[in-house]
Design a protein around this ligand. Structure first.
Ligand code: TYD
Length: 332
């Protein structure tokens, strides 16, 4: 099988490509990535010379490039990770989110349709459902996103599903909860807090710290996407969660413990506008239909992640300078 992966230099995409290359030695993977601040070649340095792997630098919104890739590479399936994904950035500048997440998805869908792709796996997020006080969202629940980021992702997943209904394109959508693990850009809460603590800096906790997220170790998500790619039903949505709901203050205390720091390292800062209180997914569908379960116990996943950031300062130190600092200065 030849897989076209978009956004494969990003956090989840790079972990997914590494898993696929290892698990399926006869597969080929072509990675289309724009290589922006989060699309980091260092994420796949270890597979650069693997003959199963090919890289194309480019923008998913570039119709001609995408068309050329489909014509020359003739992929059997596509897994679409490429997206602008940070909520705070989407509040500062929504346009890029609509462009990449909505327009880029449409360009890929059209090319996939013209070239009769065998399978189109679209990677979505639990944030598309919006916030929920009690209980958990099922795949059949309506979407109620609140940030420009989650709204653009909701638009993209609905567009993808419309291509199944209208054009019989074999689309499958996954919606996962917050991922964490190695190679995550240090703007998301877990790597930001871990690297701040390693550097002896405080961690900026938004609002009262009682917002709740469900945490999914990235390899569990990659395994779920693998199952969906090979065994999922076309036209369907699969929720993918980690069964690890924690408030941000609980998460922060755990990170402080792992990094051997005390509560004086917590700095309560102004809340994010439109900050969703709680995300929660009901994942019984993927568990029952595809026999998938999250395997990584939360504390163990955090241990692995903190350990990776401790040992890989070469990877994240350069990312915490320049453009990154400018961005944070603007926020506070
Ligand atoms: P984030 O990693 O940005 O993911 P998302 O907003 O997509 O869930 O944030 C996770 C949670 O952590 C969210 O409730 C916001 C909070 N948070 C902070 O308290 N401080 C921070 O500096 C960041 C980046 C996030």
């Amino acid at each position: 099988m030849k897989l076209l992966v978009t956004g494969g230099l990003g956090f989840i995409g790079s972990n997914f490509i590494r898993l696929i290359l290892k698990k399926y030695p006869d597969y080929k993977v072509v990675n289309l990535d724009i290589q922006n601040y989060a699309g980091n070649p260092n994420n796949l340095k270890d597979v650069e010379d693997n003959p199963q792997y090919g890289f194309i630098k480019g923008d998913i919104c570039d119709e001609k490039l995408v068309e050329d890739i489909f014509s020359t590479e003739k992929p059997d399936a596509l897994v679409h990770f490429a997206a602008a994904s940070h909520v705070d950035r989407s509040i500062l500048g929504p346009q890029e989110f609509v462009r990449t997440n909505v327009l880029g998805t449409q360009v890929l869908l059209d090319a996939a349709r013209h070239h009769k792709i065998g399978r189109f796996v679209h990677i979505g997020t639990d944030e598309e459902y919006g916030s929920i006080q009690q209980g958990s969202f099922r795949e059949t629940d309506p979407l109620n996103p609140s940030s420009p980021y989650s709204s653009s992702k909701a638009a993209a997943s609905l567009l993808a599903l419309s291509y199944f209904n209208t054009f019989h394109l074999p689309v499958i959508v996954t919606r996962s909860s917050n991922n964490f693990g190695c190679n995550q850009y240090p703007e998301k809460v877990i790597p930001l807090f871990i690297t701040n603590l390693i550097e002896g800096k405080k961690v900026p906790l938004y609002g009262d710290g009682f917002n709740v997220r469900d945490w999914l170790y990235v390899l569990d998500n990659c395994k779920a996407i693998d199952e969906v790619l090979h065994k999922g039903k076309e036209g369907e949505i699969y929720n993918v969660g980690g069964d690890n709901e924690f408030s941000n203050i609980e998460l922060t205390k755990l990170l402080l413990k792992f990094l051997e720091k005390d509560a004086s390292y917590i700095e309560y800062v102004k809340d994010r506008p439109g900050h969703d209180r709680r995300y929660s997914l009901d994942c019984s569908k993927i568990k029952e239909k595809l026999n998938w379960q999250p395997k990584f116990e939360f504390n163990y996943g955090i241990y692995l992640t903190a350990d990776w950031y401790r040992k890989n300062e070469w990877w994240w130190k350069p990312l915490k300078s320049g453009e990154y600092l400018e961005y944070y200065k603007k926020q506070y």
